[in-house]
Design a protein around this ligand. Sequence first.
Ligand code: XIL
Length: 378
Amino acid sequence: MKVKHIASAILLAAITAACGGTQNNASQGLALKDVVADQFLMGTAINVRQAAGLDTSATNIVKKHFNAIVAENCMKMEEVQPEEGRFTFNDADNFVKFGEENGLTMTGHVLIWHSQCPDWFCVDKNGKNVSPEVLKQRMKTHITTVVQHFKGKLKGWDVVNEAILEDGSYRKSKFYEILGEEFIPLAFQYAHEADSTIELYYNDYGMDNPGRREGVVKLIRSLKEKGLRIDAVGMQGHMGMDYPKIEEFEKSMLAFAQEGVKVMITEWDMSALPTVSRTANISDTVAFQKALNPYPNELPDSVSQAWNARMKQFFNLFEKHADIVDRVTAWGVSDGDSWKNGFPIRGRKDYPLLFDRNYQPKPWVKEVIEEAEANSQK
Ligand code: XIL
């Protein structure tokens, strides 16, 4: 089935090239999305400049290699409702227009998240937590307005992001402080009431962690027991050279699928830089800064080889479980776009994405494309 599809993709590329068609680089053969066409959607996050068509080097890659997009920032709570009752959808509408014009599957990110949540959302004018009733009403208004604004345009929404901690307990966010565990089922309920056709996802990071895995499994069960819709779990997939362990990541993929939901790798990137804990006490010494930002010019071959091998291992893992994986989404188009250049430490030069700063595919991407092309010739 897969080989057949790839063969027809090559044929199409050849015909388009022969007819002088405009398909990007058609004569160069397959794109990444063709490699996995019968397995899962191949997505990328895009930023507001890209959504507005102001970065054609990046958007040419998106059009060629990806068939799904998610907004890196412009659908977040503080972006779409910066003040109570004032909804601003300009950037998000550009994103949807770009997706529609290019036939891309779109995911909404995100309805309820403690981060990038506007200051006003959970407190009153005096800065005191609002009552449970007021917060419920604000959540309902936000979710209903946003979901309905994009009705018919998106495939699904990340309904709640990053609510479960590594010990499986709930993050002590304002939402939790005010509403307790109920805030999650409420968010799913409001989203479903706003659009009963849209897919609904729970999204989180560090999903390889056994405690969080258990916590998320419990959450899926409790949503289902309440009769609420949950279609998939999004595993963010922000990785480094020494985390996560591939076996633990795989265990979580299987554990979630076992609960009857699909799995999505929603924010895939792999830092090539030394791992720094978010809580690390960062010293200012020049030597220490150099150690933290070791490749300010380019990635040495040895590191690049290890990085490419590890990315390919994970990609192969996703392919191995294509029956449960619905979408794999990179968190940005090219290395220059990545949030990892500024997180967890500002001003580092990182190399975490599928395309480099010159918009060229990384070696492992070229390899999987070439392998698919070779297989289709057999
Ligand atoms: C990040 C964006 O990439 C940055 O541009 C922004 O400054 C902060 O947020 N988990 C998520 C994403 O769910 O929304 C975050 O995106 C990365 C971590």
